[in-house]
Design a protein around this ligand. Structure first.
Ligand SMILES: *Cc1c(COP(=O)(O)O)cnc(C)c1O
Length: 366
């Protein structure tokens, strides 16, 4: 009766379940559950990480100045309009707390990234999920969910876990349909994997006004998920708000050094993207040939549809028996699906073989 109790919002949150990384009794694990880079970290980032080992007694640069400069140079952006975070997750949290709160609403799409729901609920906002069309965000449904209480609309583009991309004209239509005082957060964690012509990760809309934010991360194509570095490109007012509330030394000294070095690794993004495009296609073809519906993806993962939750669970178990870990999708209201990260050529081949064997035995069982 007398133990300390958290705010009621906290107990409404289902804790985020990260991708599994271990299977009991299995020696070689093939981890395709968290959309991590297929090739490990960029070698220059590992070297930079090792070099800072002698500097660990120093506080990091609280402004991440060198990293913001490197990002500005790489992407042609003003470093003053960039805020770095402990992963983009930290920035999602701060945006929800800074712009949301009790009495406000946050809108996301039905199968959008669950961090928006967790962070929004924690902030005290009511989080509304707009229906999708063909597992793609539906602009009309999102606009219909907006009310006078709405403060933020989140859109992951491409979306995780569906892989779907909202075409740029639709993103522009979403922004045009929103009240000017509603913050649109475009989460482009998978931007570098996109092959669709005309894609803009959000830069144009950030530049066009004072109410759109773009989020990016080092956790995906740059292979630094363990370092926790993300960044926002945002209008001056949002930059100011984030800098008031973020952890003073949020991005640690090793993470800053590794991220700067990752940006300088020659040819890294081009190589990883080319591999991903090739093997995303090959894996899609192999799973489709095995009788599994695969949703079109612009990310480094595929959403594989096994028709029923029971069959998805059985497929998951069959993969785990071979040491292959993918992601169950019950938390995303897609219990009949599994999300599979595009790994190395060998990993893709093994997961395709395992799914084909499972589907063949499922057919034999009727
Ligand atoms: C992986 C991912 C992120 C990145 O999170 P970090 O905190 O930067 O590791 C953000 N948004 C989406 C949609 C993601 O899939």
């Amino acid at each position: 009766m007398t133990a300390p109790r958290p705010r009621p919002e906290v107990l409404k949150i289902d804790a985020y379940v990260a991708g599994e990384s271990k299977l009991p009794g299995v020696n070689r694990i093939i981890k395709l559950s968290s959309n991590e880079g297929a090739f490990g970290p960029p070698p220059a980032a590992s070297a930079a990480f090792a070099r800072v080992a002698a500097e660990l007694h120093r506080y990091p640069d609280g402004g991440s100045v060198e990293l913001r400069r490197a990002l500005g140079a790489r992407f042609g952006l003003d470093p003053e309009r960039i805020v770095c975070g402990t992963g983009s997750d930290e920035l999602i949290q701060h945006l929800c707390h800074a712009y949301g709160g009790p009495g406000t609403e946050i809108v996301m799409s039905m199968h959008g990234f669950t961090m928006y729901q967790i962070a929004g609920t924690y902030a005290g906002s009511r989080v509304l999920k707009a229906p999708e069309r063909n597992l793609t965000a539906d602009v009309d449904a999102m606009l219909a969910a907006v009310s006078a209480a709405t403060r933020i609309v989140f859109l992951a583009n491409p979306n995780n876990p569906t892989g779907s991309l909202l075409p740029q004209p639709e993103v522009l239509r979403l922004r045009r349909g929103l009240p000017a005082d509603v913050l649109l957060v475009l989460d482009a964690a998978y931007a570098e994997y996109v092959e669709q012509p005309g894609y803009d990760p959000g830069v144009a809309l950030v530049d066009a006004g004072d109410n759109t934010v773009m989020l990016r991360t080092f956790s995906k194509i740059f292979g630094l998920g363990g370092m926790r570095v993300g960044w926002a490109y945002a209008p001056a007012g949002v930059v100011d708000a984030l800098n008031r509330v973020r952890g003073v030394f949020n991005v640690n000294i090793a993470a800053q050094a590794a991220a700067v070095a990752a940006l300088a690794e020659p040819g890294w993004v081009e190589r990883v993207r080319a591999h991903n495009t090739e093997w995303r296609g090959r894996l899609t073809a192999a799973l489709t040939a095995a009788g599994v519906r695969v949703w079109p993806s612009e990310g480094n993962f595929l959403l594989a549809d096994f028709d029923t939750p029971a069959r998805a669970a059985a497929a998951n178990a069959a993969l785990q028996a071979r040491g292959i870990i993918v992601r169950g999708m019950a938390a995303y209201d897609l219990p009949h699906c599994l999300r599979i990260t595009v790994g190395t050529a060998e990993e893709c081949t093994l997961v395709a073989e395992a799914v084909a064997a499972f589907m063949a035995s499922a057919r034999a069982d009727g």
